[in-house]
Design a protein around this ligand. Structure first.
Ligand code: NAD
Length: 494
């Protein structure tokens, strides 16, 4: 076995990160971390529950009022910039860990470190721009010469974050960076299927100068550690990314102390392809919208609506593109499709292959498992789909594209087809016509719309869902709102 820094990291005893130190024991047994490409165990992580969450919350509460709370904006910026530099310096280790922990293809794993450092730099610039306002208040009958009224923007307090496994370094950084920028403290519960990214980043944060207790990690199962975070009476806010079903559980659990809640949930994103689209770019674009990260991404463009005049050409082009995507371990840079995260996820996706066949969809390619080791399935294209099919209605979280056609529908009718889902996360419109682009962008019920691109992500652009895809926005200035509270101060004198 090669002895890369990633291999050395994997070989260590893992558990939690609490109060600036590794805690390799846990009260709830252990999580065996599997490489989804080989099914071989790669690390062991002690699992925590209520006891570890209690401890982490207590130190996070204390840290809120310690040196962290009294730091200048510039001091926080400097720490965040140093953290960003460390993400870049450890880029190759992060890439290796992402491939092993999650199974993602190398080309995507290589984006994890730059994605993280870019977000840290973006939010590092915000620390000094978080400001309140002065108000022209005339409260209590006071004149302007007898009163000064202003607002303070304060950190919301102790944040509990619960994250998924599909792009762990990134999903976690979307919580960490704005939490640090706003001066909050964090108890992060990563997904049990990919628990290593958070531990690695907590060490880097500590090395960068984030004080002990500010950034804590408790690993464990959703039902134990996750539930303890969601229900904790001394957590002020829970920031959740995951499935819509668990999102509902989080909301109920948070009701006890009425902690603030933000939710980034599932999707079933529509992709509209018009006859005037440039198919040379639309075919790979639509294929990647569905197959990137093996379709294990919340913005997955899994519901394609193609105009009848180009539907066949589009479907065949996508099927050809899919067939050309090399399938195999992410460690081999030629592979574009890695394994799904787990046997459970592979079996779930295979269940959709069965339902598609039973419900009469036509398979143009894929629809099978690949190999007998690792959790691989082939990128899959279905045509002849109808709105009631399970592959059209349910979030699959696998590389499965379901194509329906449209013909003479009005913009409103086509939007109704696209919006016929409980989700509202992302959408794209492929056309060269300005009127179509802008009209459909307004009519589609999704928090994000791309024109001739799908799910364009940038730190400056707010991201989040309508309908059952979530509450609140990550990315951009909007994310700061999730972690701030406003205090109104009125000072009077005689
Ligand atoms: P999941 O909902 O099963 O798990 C997410 C997290 O919740 C994990 O850390 C898990 O341990 C925890 N959890 C599970 N049960 C819990 C409980 N009872 N109480 C508290 N926490 C609990 O989701 P997943 O399978 O990890 O990820 C896939 C889902 O995440 C998909 O639905 C996908 O669309 C969604 N997702 C959304 C976004 C977004 O930004 N909108 C991004 C990535 C993934």
């Amino acid at each position: 076995m090669s002895n890369t820094p990633a291999q050395q990291f994997l070989a260590r005893s893992h558990g939690h990160w609490i109060d600036g130190a590794a805690v390799p024991e846990g009260s709830q047994g252990e999580i065996v971390v599997i490489d989804p490409a080989t099914e071989a165990p790669i690390a062991r992580v002690a699992a925590g529950g209520q006891a570890e969450v209690d401890r982490a919350v207590a130190v996070a509460r204390r840290a809120l009022h310690g040196p962290w709370g009294d730091m200048t904006a510039d001091e926080r910026t400097q720490i965040m910039l140093k953290f960003a530099g460390l993400m870049d310096a450890h880029a190759e280790t992060i890439t290796e860990l992402a491939i092993l922990d999650n199974g993602m293809p190398r080309v995507i794993a290589e984006s994890c470190a730059p994605f993280g450092s870019m977000f840290l730099r973006y939010y590092a610039g915000w620390t000094s721009k978080i400001t309140g306002s002065t108000m022209p208040s005339a409260a209590q009958g006071k004149r302007p010469s007898q009163l000064h009224a202003y607002t303070l923007r304060e950190p919301i307090g102790v944040v509990g974050a619960i994250t998924p496994w599909n792009y762990p370094f990134g999903m976690e950084m979307l919580k960490i960076a704005p939490v640090l920028a706003t001066g909050c403290t964090l108890v992060l519960k990563p997904a049990e299927d990919a628990p290593l990214a958070a531990l690695f980043m907590a060490e880097l944060a500590s090395e960068a100068g984030v004080p002990a207790g500010v950034f804590n990690v408790v690993n464990g199962l959703g039902e134990s550690a996750g539930a303890a975070v969601a229900a904790h009476d001394d957590i002020d806010k829970v920031s959740f990314t995951g499935s819509t079903d668990v999102g509902r559980i989080i909301v109920r659990a948070a009701a006890g102390n009425l902690k603030k809640v933000s939710l980034e949930l599932g999707g079933k994103s529509p992709v509209l392809v018009y006859p005037d689209a440039n198919l040379e770019t639309a075919i790979p674009g639509v294929a990647m919208a569905a197959f990137m990260l093996q379709g294990q991404n919340c913005v997955c463009g899994s519901r394609v609506f193609a105009h009848v005049s180009i539907a066949e050409q589009l479907a065949e082009g996508i099927a050809k593109f899919a067939a050309s995507m090399a399938i195999g371990p992410g460690s081999d840079p030629k592979n574009m499709i890695g394994p799904l995260i787990s046997a459970r996820q592979r079996d779930r996706v295979a269940g959709f292959f069965d339902s598609a066949a039973q419900e009469g969809a036509r398979c143009l390619g894929g629809g099978t498992r690949v190999g007998d080791r690792g959790f691989f399935v082939a990128p899959t294209v279905y045509t002849d789909c109808t709105p009631d099919m399970r592959i059209v209605r349910e979030e699959i979280f696998g590389p499965v594209l379901a194509l329906q056609t449209f013909d003479k529908e009005s913009p409103e009718e086509l939007a109704a087809m696209a919006n016929d889902t409980n989700y509202g996360l992302s959408a794209s419109v492929w056309t060269r016509d300005l009127r179509t682009a802008h009209t459909m962008s307004r009519l589609i019920d999704a928090g994000q719309v791309g024109v001739n691109t799908h799910a364009a992500m940038d730190p400056t652009m707010p991201f989040g869902g309508f309908k059952q895809s979530g509450w609140g926005r990550e990315f951009g200035a909007d994310a700061l709102e999730l972690y701030l509270r406003t205090k109104a101060v009125t000072v009077t004198w005689d």
